[in-house]
Design a protein around this ligand. Structure first.
Ligand code: Z2T
Length: 754
């Protein structure tokens, strides 16, 4: 590849003369042409990973890495005076996911392609995706994210299906994006269904409101549109059925084209459903087999039962989908009828009311997936244990053989080679390049006492901090304090993740500095994350963080030592710039509530030290690195489960502790409140003092102590660098290649292509 030559051919100018936007166009066409030539991974049996979300991030760097062109491209760009990071600013990030679940799907399709497994992602092409977050008056506002305007990776597959709803039908249109494996000669695809009759003009320029009843025109406009009213919820069920009907038709069509007679469909296709959002694929496949292909109902049920596997991603009750039967009857009477039949079958077999599919007129999607699929898995060891022993115990008692754990993982291409190339090169120098294929970086451990290596790690962290500074400056004009320790909590805003607890720590630290206790070095605390538009308390938490950040910045006694930055519109691109720069990874969910977490793995791999509760995959991180290399605090999962069970957590009693009251009441201190929105701050204060459903006050004192210990340990440079090194070295387990190999060995049983 000679980019200068290509530039002259295509634009009649040298590479050095191109602006970054044109360099981006050039690189993109090179990558697209190469990837278009690659054949698909083939095999009798294919996997379909159906997911409402694929948070794939920008693709240029990733695809250059996977095609083995990254080093060349970077060098040629540098010689012509271009910086790949700057060039990449011209790429728009597809807005097709909320958070962990969607990003996991993206890591998984990357790993499937890397392992040569024949399998595709299947989802929807939301025109405005998830909203774009903007801060106005220290509050979140939401704008449509018109990412499709400039997206260039989508290919029209010239394929359509008809999807029949209760009172009308629509035509779909299939797009795809190539999914390349790491240095692999074959590829897979992400297949995104769209609506032929979609109408972008329903969405105004400056708001995410739209007519929710115009189903023929709006079905693929947004990801998870606000579901706080009836129309919104109904729309979501329509979206789900649209997604799975297309997926099922595609699966059947492709199996037939490979020689399947449909009685043997399970030998040709296996479906992984990413949480319950695609569960209706079960009745939809049964419908297609019985209605269109004359297969008897019982046989259709047993075929489908042997090909659908379900992953659970949460135990939060409010996130477990239960749809009123009447919704399903409106969306698709045929599907509702099949679900009723399936419900009758399970009713005849099991007496326990807790395991029925339809309970009080609502369809429990997880129950449907467990009875009529062959596999259910949790996403971290602790999470799976909680599913088996409590949340889904009645199901585990019936089907112990269906349950398994598949601890989540992350792709090292994006989360190490792409976002932290200097660290990747250091690993090459110390370990050779094998780790790039195996994910095994444990060889680094033998350098734990090598001063030279530790100093190299320190220099890499400093460089990453500079990249982060440039990003924050560019993104929102924020100026990071010089030489500060970087302490990060980035994830969706949710009470169970307890951003409010870190905010209370910041109040403590602010007051401590006001009292004359000056920190050894400046501290930069970085938040990032979106809040669901209908989730009021989450918006209040954002407001507290932003107001606090401004308050501290305006106090000359404190501003030189403590700083709070909230990243606007946190997304994959921001994560790639922030995570490599972090010293401290905040994973402070209420124990039992975070199913796994995946940013915890990304931080660890990039040398941050974790400050955490014993929750989700933090448990496995702690086991790997040992007590000396992680900071843990807080009530255990068992203790929390008990507190909920006997209802004995008393937020008000914790609030009344003098040390805590001072911090919580700061939120409604009249001077502070006058700088923000009194209603929001008052509501948050009242919630914490009377409800505190996710028990931030329970763990607050221990959290403050542990954080102080972390900051003081940071000052022992050698000790800290060693912790950082051990974290990197032990992160190999969290390669999504390992996770996907487990899915394949234990659930999918696909043959890898050559
Ligand atoms: C989500 O991102 C997650 C769970 C959900 O449950 C929904 C969404 Cl959008 C329905 C997250 C979990 O919260 C997180 O712990 C986990 O690491 C991630 O899924 C991937 O499994």
């Amino acid at each position: 590849m000679n980019l200068d030559e290509l530039s002259r051919q295509k634009y009649g100018r040298s590479l050095a003369e191109l602006d970054d936007a044109t360099v981006y166009q050039l690189l993109m066409s090179v990558v697209s042409e190469k990837s278009a030539e690659l054949p698909l991974n083939a095999g009798k049996k294919r996997l379909y990973y159906i997911s409402a979300e694929f948070l794939i991030g920008k693709l240029l760097t990733n695809n250059l890495i996977n095609l083995g062109l990254y080093d060349e491209a970077k060098q040629q760009l540098a010689e012509a005076g271009h910086d790949l990071n700057k060039v990449e600013e011209n790429e728009v990030e597809p807005s097709l996911g909320n958070g962990g679940l969607g990003r996991l799907a993206a890591c998984f399709i990357d790993s499937m392609a890397t392992l040569g497994l024949p399998g595709d992602g299947v989802g929807l092409n939301y025109h405005f995706g998830l909203f774009h977050q903007k801060f106005v008056d220290n509050q979140q506002t939401t704008m449509p994210d018109g990412w499709l305007d400039r997206e260039g990776w989508l290919r029209d597959e010239n394929t359509s299906f008809t999807v029949e709803f209760g009172s009308f039908s629509v035509t779909s249109k299939l797009f795809s994006i190539d999914v390349l494996g790491y240095e692999r000669p074959k590829k897979n695809r992400l297949r995104l269904f769209d609506l032929e009759s979609i109408d972008d003009s329903l969405v105004p320029d400056n708001s995410i409101g739209f007519d929710k009843t115009e189903l023929k025109k709006n079905l693929t406009l947004f990801l998870y549109p606000d579901d706080s009213d009836r129309n919104g919820q109904l729309l979501r069920v329509y979206q789900q059925y649209f997604m799975v009907s297309n997926a099922a038709q595609l699966i059947v069509k492709e199996a037939i084209s490979r020689g399947c007679n449909l009685h043997d469909l399970a030998e040709y296709a296996v479906i992984q459903i990413n949480d319950t959002h695609p569960t209706m694929v079960i009745p939809e496949l049964i419908r297609i087999l019985t209605e269109d292909h004359d297969i008897a109902f019982d046989e259709a049920v047993s075929i489908v039962r042997s090909m659908v596997a379900y992953t659970n991603h949460t135990i939060l009750a409010e996130a477990l989908e239960k749809w009123p039967l009447e919704f399903l009857e409106e969306v698709s009477p045929k599907i509702a009828a099949i679900i009723k039949k399936l419900d009758e079958l399970t009713r005849a077999e099991f007496d326990d009311p807790a395991v029925q599919i339809i309970i009080d007129g609502k369809v429990h999607m997880a129950h449907l997936a467990i009875h009529y699929g062959y596999s259910i898995n949790g996403v971290a060891a602790l999470h799976t244990k909680i599913l088996e022993e409590s949340e889904l115990k009645p199901f585990y008692d019936i089907y112990p053989e269906k349950f398994s754990n598949k601890t989540n993982g992350i792709t090292f291409r994006r989360w190490l080679m792409g976002c932290n190339p200097e660290l990747a090169v250091l690993l090459d120098t110390l370990l050779g390049t094998e780790w790039r294929h195996t994910g095994d970086v444990s060889g680094l451990l033998k350098f734990a006492d090598d001063d030279e290596v530790l100093e190299q790690l320190a220099a890499i962290k400093d460089d990453a901090k500079q990249v982060m500074r440039d990003f924050l400056k560019f993104n929102q004009g924020a100026q990071v304090l010089d030489g500060s320790i970087v302490d990060v909590q980035v994830k969706r805003i949710h009470e169970y993740k307890r951003q409010q607890m870190l905010a209370l720590y910041l109040i403590w630290k602010y007051l401590d500095i006001k009292n004359g206790n000056i920190p050894e070095r400046p501290i930069t605390v970085i938040f990032g994350g979106k809040a669901a538009p209908a989730y009021v308390i989450a918006q209040d938490i954002i407001h507290l963080i932003l107001t606090l950040g401004e308050w501290i910045a305006n106090d000359p006694d404190v501003a030189p030592y403590l700083q709070v930055i909230m990243i606007e519109n946190y997304n994959v691109t921001a994560a790639e710039r922030i995570i490599p720069a972090a010293d401290i990874s905040e994973q402070i969910s209420l124990a039992s509530k975070e199913a796994s977490g995946t940013s915890n793995m990304k931080f660890m791999l990039n040398g941050a030290v974790t400050l955490c509760t014993i929750d989700g995959a933090n448990v496995e991180i702690a086991e790997l690195v040992g007590d000396d290399n992680i900071y843990t605090f807080g009530a255990s999962s068992d203790e929390v489960v008990k507190l909920y069970a006997d209802g004995s957590y008393n937020a008000h009693a914790y609030y009344l502790k003098p040390g805590i009251k001072l911090l919580v009441d700061f939120i409604t201190n009249p001077q502070f409140m006058a700088t923000g929105n009194a209603e929001r701050l008052q509501r948050l204060h009242d919630d914490l003092t009377s409800k505190d459903w996710f028990m931030a006050l329970l763990d607050l004192e221990e959290y403050i102590q542990e954080k102080e210990l972390v900051y003081s340990d940071y000052e022992d440079r050698k000790l800290w660098l060693k912790k950082s090194l051990v974290n990197i070295a032990m992160a190999g387990k969290f390669s999504s290649d390992r996770t996907i190999a487990e899915y394949n060995d234990e659930i999918w049983h696909l043959q890898a292509d050559k």
